[in-house]
Design a protein around this ligand. Sequence first.
Ligand SMILES: *[C@@H]1O[C@H](CO)[C@@H](O)[C@H](O)[C@H]1NC(C)=O
Length: 232
Amino acid sequence: MTAFFRKPAVLAAGLGAIGLAAASQLYQKEPIKKNTLGLSPLPKDTSVVFVLGGPGAGKGTQCANIVKDYGFVHLSAGDLLREERQRKGSPYGELINNIIKEGQIVPMEITISLLHAAMKANGGTRFLIDGFPRAIDQGEKFEDEVVKSKMVLYFECPEEEMLKRLTKRGETSGRVDDNIESIIKRFKVFKETSYPVIELYKDKVEKVSCMNTVDGVYNDTKRALEKHFPSK
Ligand SMILES: *[C@@H]1O[C@H](CO)[C@@H](O)[C@H](O)[C@H]1NC(C)=O
């Protein structure tokens, strides 16, 4: 399902768009236009749900359920970046690798372009955008340039619980960002960046507690989702 993300063309398209927009501005003496990335429009009925939650809050599992039952396409900003980082010959691989390892935020133009290219390439109209935005300006930029989000699904989870889950995952996954030091950094970054985003979107945030069985969390998730997407 994610095979197309591995195509260099997806990133190339995204970065190409940035380059073109930047180049076209050089020839314009007018003030810089608001729509600086110049991304192509998506279908009018495109709906986006931002999915937020700290590392280990269970976003991935719940997103998979929603994809299966509601015909959403799941796009993880982190996965898109990780795949780019692992792509042989990517000039951005090492940069992205270091940024993720430090728990820092990748320049939003790259993330937004990757997301837009993936949405375009997929052709669906309902998207779960997981782990994004991680800052107010990212959300505003995305909504200006791509599409307004319809709701924000926030998986609320105590830090002790996330730590427990992540240390367990780190034993097997070998993910570079699953060691204690990185986890603590990621919590800090998550709080500093995502809390303001949750506040910004408070009128469309649905909070779901992670402190339940996977099925239990999914029941709450469905209830939250169906407020904004009434079931067929
Ligand atoms: C989830 O909802 C279904 C259907 O309403 C119910 O049968 C099930 O017991 C619920 N599961 C949990 C863990 O709450």
